[in-house]
Design a protein around this ligand. Structure first.
Ligand code: UDP
Ligand code: MG
Length: 313
């Protein structure tokens, strides 16, 4: 394929050997049907199964439209997307999951909104096919996000999205790590749009997200985009110290007027423990921000590419 493609499709892959054949079989016909030049960028995010072999074989089958970035280890879905964003050649970039939860057949729908003038198109999932726990967690985090950031998004978890090249370049330039790409890109778009997309059950295998990884990701989502948690904590701390000051005054007066009390010991302990736990939460929160600042200051690449398979031109 000579010249720059119109479309770049970006797909992070982590232990998806059971899904890749089905993905190839459905994705390429859809893209061929667009009648526009395209490329597909897969990032192998340190898979421990045969995913990389399958990607290699696909690259051999379609060398002109397939590129494979191979990480040396697992750096997470969003870093896998970031590595591909740094290398895309298309005017329009579409992201999608490798597990067929985002039907490739929905890509033309996104592109028609791009053609209509949007520079960012987010998919939102109709009838989400995930566990009750996942949906509840999403509901909660959605509520927190919409209150702490000014990002307006129906479904932040849906990775089926399309971006104009300029938005992708802004994301790359920002140098953000530990980030949540849909939210970051939203901040760089000037005309975001949304469209409903189908959502399918994971084709094979299990979700790569453990509860731990999910919590980390959602922490990234909040702390990477707003300082509200820090400010809420500070205000809460101010209210607490005002309250305890009043308490100390009351206890001092009581001591002078009524005399020493003995029974109040446990009340004091209760208050003490409460304040202590508040302080601990605060220290943890501050640690989150400091840790993030440290990672940025250190200016180390957040991932390492071992190999890139692509046609040289
Ligand atoms: N993924 C990745 N690195 C990871 C975890 C996931 O590249 O550390 C990829 C995975 O292969 C899939 C997408 O990110 O293409 C979404 O992952 P998954 O389906 O496990 O997440 P869920 O759909 O449960 O949110
Ligand atoms: Mg999935």
């Amino acid at each position: 394929m000579s010249g720059a493609p119109y479309l770049s499709v970006v797909i992070p892959v982590y232990n998806e050997e059971a899904n890749l054949p089905g993905l190839f079989a459905r994705l390429y016909p859809v893209l061929d049907g667009l009648g526009r030049p395209y490329e597909v960028l897969f990032t192998n995010d340190g898979s421990r199964d045969r995913s990389f072999e399958l990607l290699k074989a696909q690259h051999a089958r379609r060398p002109d439209s397939t590129r494979v970035i191979d990480f040396n280890a697992n750096y997470g879905q969003h870093m896998a997307i970031m590595a591909a964003f740094e290398r895309v050649r298309g005017e329009v970039v579409v992201t999608l999951d490798a597990d067929l939860q985002n039907p490739p057949e929905e890509i033309p729908k996104l592109l028609s909104l791009i053609d209509a003038g949007h520079d960012y198109v987010g998919g939102f999932r109709l009838q989400r096919q995930d566990s009750f726990f996942r949906r509840l967690a999403s509901l909660l985090i959605n509520a927190v996000r919409s209150r702490t950031t000014n990002i307006e998004m129906t479904d932040q978890g849906c990775m089926l999205r399309a971006y104009r090249r300029a938005v992708v370049e802004a994301v790359v330039r920002s140098g953000a790590i530990n980030t949540f790409i849909p939210a970051l890109a939203y901040g760089f778009s000037s005309n975001p749009g949304e469209v409903a997309v189908r959502h399918e059950e994971r084709h094979a295998g299990v979700s790569n997200y453990s509860v731990y990884k999910l919590i980390r990701l959602n922490f990234d989502l909040i702390t990477a985009f707003s300082l509200v948690p820090l400010q809420v904590f500070t205000m809460f701390a101010i209210a607490c110290s005002a309250g305890s000051f009043v308490l100390v005054v009351i206890l001092a007066l009581r001591r002078l007027i009524i005399g020493p009390e003995e029974g109040g010991l446990f009340t004091l302990f209760g208050i003490l423990f409460f304040l202590l736990s508040v302080a601990m939460v605060g220290i943890g929160l501050i640690g989150e921000y400091v840790g993030r600042a440290y990672q940025v200051v250190r200016t180390r690449k957040a991932y390492h590419v071992r190999e890139i398979l692509e046609a040289k031109d």
